[in-house]
Design a protein around this ligand. Sequence first.
Ligand code: HEC
Ligand code: HEC
Length: 257
Amino acid sequence: MRRHHLASAVVLILMLGASSPAHAAKPDDNPATQAQGKVIFDRTCLWCHGVTGTGDGPAGRFLGRYAAPRPRNFTTGSFKFRSTPSGDLPTDQDLFRTVTKGIPGYMPGFASLTETERWQVITYVKSFSPAFLVETPVSLPLTGTATPLGPESLDRGRALYERFECHTCHGVEGWGDGPVAQAGDLRDVSGLQIQATDLTRPSSFKNGATLQDLIRTLLTGLDGTPMPSYASRLTGTDHDGWDLAHYIRSLSAESAP
Ligand code: HEC
Ligand code: HEC
């Protein structure tokens, strides 16, 4: 039993940063790759993200002009879906995961592009922000040992949900209706109102709903939104992140084993 959990913890550590075995097709980050990426971007992405990557493409206005999220402005260097600490850039693998899977409700997945094409367009997206030239993003290690799903783990997870005051935004039952959310006070970095996620609907989670995905969300936070990083609080004991992730999944019938 114990050995089994240790083994899965090792596998999962590898997964927090590198979740896609797509290295083989990755072209070099050079001007030729960037030019090929621009062709794909202009055909596929600019309708939402805009010609200059500032998120002002014509289709973006159908997403609700006065509500968040708007298509990402790539020139600011701020990204939500990372394996890296809050405030850091995403890794290439993080961008690859987002482009491949898409963002439920907001952006289609682009698994229909070949892996090489996805890497090319990512090279072009990175060229909008000079920060990528000087910073080398590094994934956070996944903390602790996986805890088995069971009543003890769920009890600890529920206690953490209360202690970390997740309910103030997400609500006691996880419906996204906590007092701060109800007051309409939640805004993203552009000042637009944003909803606290309904945690009973994991298929809507933008950053994924597996245990590893949830721990990544909790450790890194979603930059530019009120969803904070819990990296400093979840490193305390070795099973907190897993317990909290189990508890989040228990809030929905969708993820019942
Ligand atoms: C239908 C509109 C739409 C299209 C088309 C689209 N996107 Fe997006 N994209 C969005 C929206 C909206 C967001 C922001 C979602 C959010 O903040 O929750 C986003 C966010 C992103 C992000 C930021 C992820 C993060 O971690 O913050 C990346 C990278 C991205 N898109 C890349 C692309 C690429 C590359 C293409 C083309 C292959 C593309 N998008 C096409 C709507 C679109
Ligand atoms: C200050 C308000 C606030 C607090 C406190 C907060 N969240 Fe969030 N959380 C948000 C908002 C807003 C979003 C949606 C961000 C978005 O859509 O881009 C979010 C998103 C999420 C998501 C979904 C991410 C996804 O993939 O779409 C999860 C899971 C989550 N929060 C769990 C938690 C847990 C667990 C806690 C406590 C440890 C917590 N949150 C504390 C505001 C908060």
